[in-house]
Design a protein around this ligand. Structure first.
Ligand SMILES: CC(C)(COP(=O)(O)OP(=O)(O)OC[C@H]1O[C@@H](n2cnc3c(N)ncnc32)[C@H](O)[C@@H]1OP(=O)(O)O)[C@@H](O)C(=O)NCCC(=O)NCCS
Length: 181
């Protein structure tokens, strides 16, 4: 794997973490990371392809990795995080093909260790090199940590969708975030 596709660093708990581009071979582990996030309703892969592992696996294995991004964060023992960058409208419209939609998931034991920040920086770098012009993400207004993180790396709020998601009897607003590259 070319050097630019791998990044190693020490997380705040002292563990060595490797970020690398992922593919079909990582599908099972990515699904298990996403599944641990399911109650929080994380984005992109699940949003479009439901929660059924087989559907997500088929989707991952069918991705065009020239125009879509999958990164995993790996410790000595396991995949602990996954970031997806999905080209808007599957790249079919020249009007929106410059936009990459970001989803980020870490297993709960590995949050707050700086791994999400490193993954976002990695994704920004990857997108710039492929001439994407904009990153977007949708985040619940209740997800303060995620909002803080995305804003810290330069995303700005572009709007709010009121009552976008229903969880039980509660309706939750969603913030639309964007970063022009
Ligand atoms: C959101 C998520 C991706 C963040 O990744 P992470 O590795 O935990 O983030 P980091 O440790 O790099 O950074 C977290 C930042 O949030 C800050 N933070 C933590 N709790 C916070 C809170 N309640 N309110 C505001 N900021 C908070 C931290 O101080 C840190 O900021 P700093 O580096 O400026 O000090 C991760 O927690 C996660 O997977 N959550 C569940 C899934 C999800 O919500 N995904 C996002 C939707 S796409």
């Amino acid at each position: 794997m070319p050097e630019e596709d791998v990044l190693q660093f020490t997380a705040k708990n002292g563990e060595k973490v490797t970020l690398r581009l992922a593919g079909c071979q990582d599908a099972e582990e990515i699904i298990s990371v996403i599944k641990t996030n399911a109650p929080e309703r994380s984005y992109v892969l699940m949003e479009h392809y439901g929660t059924k592992p087989e559907a997500i696996k088929n989707y991952i294995c069918g991705m065009d990795f020239e125009k879509n991004l999958l990164i995993v964060a790996v410790t000595d023992t396991a995949v602990v995080g996954a970031l997806s960058g999905i080209q808007m409208d599957s790249g079919k419209s020249p009007l929106t093909a410059h936009v990459l939609k970001i989803g980020l998931h870490l297993v709960s034991g590995y949050r707050g260790l700086g791994i999400g920040s490193q993954m976002l920086d990695f994704a920004i770098d990857w997108a710039r090199k492929r001439a994407f012009k904009k990153l977007e993400s949708n985040i619940f207004t209740t997800n303060k940590k995620s909002l803080h993180l995305f804003e810290r790396v330069g995303f700005v709020e572009e709007g709010i969708r009121r009552n976008r998601v229903r969880i039980g009897n509660q309706f939750i607003d969603e913030v639309l975030l964007g970063k022009v590259l």
